[in-house]
Design a protein around this ligand. Sequence first.
Ligand code: FE2
Ligand code: FE2
Length: 348
Amino acid sequence: MNAITKLHPATPIEELRVPQHLHYNWEYDATRSQLMRLYENAKRDQWNATQRLDWSVDVDPGKGLVPDFGIGIYCTPIWARLSKAQIEKLRHEAITWQLCQFLHGEQGALLATAQIVDSVPWYEAKQYGATQVMDEARHVEVYRRFVQEKLGHEYPVNSELKKLLDLILTDSRWDMKFLGMQIIVEGLALAAFGTIRDTATNPLLRDLTAAVMEDEARHVAFGVLSLREYCRDLPEKDRLEREDFVYEACVLMRDRISNREVWEAMGLDPEECIAFSDRSEMARQFRYRLFSKIVPNVKSLGLLSPKQRERFEALGILEFETNTTSDVDQELEEERRVREGQSPAIGA
Ligand SMILES: [Fe+2]
Ligand SMILES: [Fe+2]
């Protein structure tokens, strides 16, 4: 692969001033046994991306590393107008855009989880959070390497994803970081990774995704376990504020997946592509399945009031409220299933 084309802004280092509330914990009380179990599992299941993955595998993005149905305009009149060369380019652009957003999201997870280690008051969560920081560093490593070594160019962070990451990172309240990162961003990622792992035709991308998913299932369980305890006694005003935050985050994530940057890179009319993609039943199902993990978890946290249900209904994602139960034991079971290579019970 030739030297990588950088599409990032001229100032790649961005400074953000954040209010951070730090908590010491002098008690070292390890009574949250489920969090401590997750911590034990996380230590046991660390992996080294250099050794575990076969980086010599050939990658030809024009041939398609995943099936075309994930591309919004697949099976639409626009797709029918494309030449073979354009379709190959579109496959390359679409997978590059998607993996770059994973890369940027992983960096956001790295930064947010590092903040959680500082700000969460519970000893058990600091211990577990520290393992997640290492997990996220490894995820940044694998996506960076795949993009730079196998795809050859990069996309900058999508503006809606960046807005959500900024919201999470600049909120001083630790539970908001859990809500934004572990429940919304990682819930979405887990569903997206599941599709890629189960359909990828390239073995390196499949193995890489499966390895990342082992960790992500644990991260979502971390968020559910922590927030369920915290949200139990929230005053109504605070609960409503968290519902609004979840809703806004879901709207940002829905808009993120319009793939505007890809249509622009292809020289296609983005408005026309988005309109066709919105009308395509296949694309709609593909997009909304991404929320299949988030909605039941939001419900299990007590953040699905009648008003929230109405808003989720309007977003088209309420149907997932009964899709998966979200008992903590189910989360832990799922973490185990993913680790053992079985299909997760999400979006299935
Ligand atoms: Fe991650
Ligand atoms: Fe994660």
